[in-house]
Unconditional design. Sequence first.
Length: 219
Amino acid sequence: MTIKKNLAEIKNSLPEHVTLVAVSKTKPNEAIEEAYESGQRIFGENKVQEMVQKWETLPKDIEWHMIGHLQRNKVKYMAEFVSLIHGVDSFRLLQEINKQAAKHNRVIDCLFQIHIAEEDTKFGLDEKELLEITSSEEFKKLKHIRIVGLMGMATFTSDQIQIEKEFKQLKAIFDNLTNSLPNISILSTGMSGDYKIAIKEGSTMVRVGSSIFGSRNYH
Ligand SMILES: *Cc1c(COP(=O)(O)O)cnc(C)c1O
């Protein structure tokens, strides 16, 4: 019952234009089913193998989002069903997604991940690299991917001003990018600890795990 209660509380606090991705990584099917029963259909995972296993065994109307760092050799396992890839951080990865999507006659929606945090353990492009990709002729040739927005992770800190600054920086990059990609609409920012700040700073998609499913146990 706690999952349903947590989910209801979070959903009620979100503005209408903000989509909730329930981050179910490391959690068993039963936890996902409980969220599913209360109407949640979008789930986020960060390991391809785990996501494939869950996709195979859970209801087929679930939309699976890959939110983790993605290796090119893993794209093929999820190209058939993944509905949004949040962490695209290189052109070579995008080419591979395009290639695997073509095999399934699909167009896969993707977000470019932008590095905004102070830690360099977090992945992502800077604005210059982003513009290099989006202005290239090679990029325009990719017909089996669609860039629908940007994703970013703020520094893990209790400094609210710092987090706010990083989300503002990403929003500015997002707004600039609409010059070349006018159809982008998704700004994926905000996790359990910072989604309220993220929404204030323009997020349209929050990725919330532990506040719904409880803390994760990796052992
Ligand atoms: C795990 C994860 C989340 C969710 O984190 P919580 O703090 O549990 O809400 C969000 N985004 C990404 C990329 C993650 O890996």
